[in-house]
Design a protein around this ligand. Structure first.
Ligand SMILES: [Zn+2]
Length: 451
């Protein structure tokens, strides 16, 4: 059956459901009902027996079903579907050629269509809020506005536009604005803000997939001063700043500059843990970690014959992935806020596998399934500053939720097949994201093999 998305919202009642609240204890409330109003917000959450369903509401009988808040993915890119990136394209020259194409009049509609496709896939997989962290241009901003205006149905979007990097730094030039002096960093940040972004991303260190020399991934690419200039501009506009940082020194500098979320991360000593918990330069006085194990796991679990990365990239990935896993574990143990992001569009990181990050946090970072569900819902909402509108099934928030056949706390893989997704009150009937069976087979096998 093909999926069907409803562009209009008709008030409905989901009755006799098991409600997965998404708290850290894994609280499950049996025989509950949720009323969703025509404005797409949750009006009532109560035991089914307590509240009569108003006449004009459609009634959906959820007997035997489990309903939980929609997933939030705090680290996405929309420019690809997650097939392995061609290593030739990841070279500076390859990136320059690709960048020229996607910024041309021919390329722009392609970029917009790809982004729309990605967002649709995310939605059908139960993701009702995303943050993009590195776009080609402002395609995610445009999509966000179309969705907010009701012209499209999709997740809430926090859109970064291009990330901010040094010349030839990580992500440049394909998905980055390049600058060197602190005043360039300010100008690039202001350019993004003028184009409507509501997230800002810094490349604080080199990365794996575009590394050309040993040790490049994680090598610091910006000073505290450069990053401070970006944080000041963004924070003045009330916007949180994320930094790609894959070494302890990169993390240290980013936190010192006032970065609000560290993406990927590294091994963390006590001083770094403390800087996350109390960060006077961050917008809210603390910073959070988004480990993105989903992006590291394939590079770690598969051979180069499968991933297509170079020998140097494979070597770089070993150090980075080991550090990322150790950092995620240490942060969770120490009570640092750890959120869920997957780095979609990277090699083998599809737009529909957000749920796998929850399983990976359980496997590698010491999370219980309940803690992983909380991280992808309530904690992510808090980290991204959207807990006023989403992240839990509470009255007054948007009706962002997924309906499941079984209890996700017993088996997280049920999250891969939601029966119904609701985003801002819009039902997505028979969600069926386009999957890549070969990628899923490889990931399933690797998850089992590593046990
Ligand atoms: Zn990324």
């Amino acid at each position: 059956m093909t999926s069907r998305i409803s562009k209009t919202i008709e008030p409905f009642a989901l009755v006799h459901i098991n409600l997965v609240t998404g708290d850290e204890r894994g609280t499950l409330l049996p025989d509950m009902m949720i009323l969703v109003g025509a404005h797409g917000r949750i009006e009532t959450v109560a035991p089914s027996a307590d509240v009569p369903v108003p006449n004009e509401y459609h009634v959906l009988d959820g007997t035997g079903k489990y309903v939980m808040p929609g997933l939030i993915n705090a680290h996405t890119h929309l420019f690809s579907q997650g097939r392995p990136l061609n290593p030739k394209m990841a070279t500076p020259k390859g990136q320059r050629i690709t960048a020229a194409i996607v910024h041309s009049p021919v390329g722009k509609p392609y970029v917009a269509a790809t982004a729309k496709n990605s967002v649709r896939t995310l939605l059908e997989s139960g993701v009702t809020t995303i943050r993009t962290l590195g776009d080609i241009a402002y395609e995610a901003v445009a999509l966000r506005d179309d969705i907010a205006a009701g012209e499209e149905v999709g997740p809430h979007i926090l859109a970064s536009g291009p990330l901010l990097a040094i010349p030839d730094g990580h992500g440049a030039p394909l998905i980055a604005l390049e600058g060197e002096a602190p005043q360039d960093m300010r100008a690039n940040t202001r350019r993004n803000i003028a184009n409507g972004v509501n997230a800002v991303k810094i490349a604080a260190t080199g990365g794996v997939t575009d590394s050309q020399v040993l040790g490049e991934a994680g090598a610091p690419q910006m000073t505290v001063e450069q990053m401070r200039a970006i944080c000041d501009e963004a924070h003045d506009a009330g916007i949180l700043v994320a930094a790609h940082a894959q070494s302890a020194e990169g993390v240290r500098r980013a936190l010192a500059a006032g970065v609000d979320t560290i993406e990927h991360g590294s091994r963390l000593d006590d001083a770094l843990i403390e800087s996350f918990k109390h960060n006077p330069n961050a917008l809210r006085g603390y910073s959070a970690l988004i480990p993105t194990i989903s992006a590291g796991f394939p590079l770690h679990a598969f051979g180069r014959d499968v991933t297509g990365i170079t020998e140097i990239q494979a070597e770089n990935s070993r150090t980075v992935v080991d550090g990322m896993l150790a950092g995620a574990r240490a942060a969770h143990e120490a009570g640092v806020l750890v959120g869920v992001g997957t780095d979609t569009a990277m090699t083998f990181v599809t737009q529909y596998n957000t749920w796998r990050e929850l399983a990976l946090l359980v496997k590698y970072a010491g999370f219980t399934p309940a803690e992983a569900v909380r991280a992808a819902t309530r904690t992510n909402a808090r980290i991204l500053n959207v807990s006023g509108i989403t992240g839990s099934l509470d009255e007054g928030k948007y009706a962002d939720m997924m309906v499941l056949d079984s209890n996700p706390l017993d088996d997280l893989s049920t999250l891969a097949h939601p029966k119904l997704v609701v985003a801002g009150g819009h039902p997505v009937w028979h969600p069926a994201p386009k999957r890549f069976d070969d990628i899923d087979r490889l990931l399933d096998e690797a998850m089992r093999r590593e046990e």
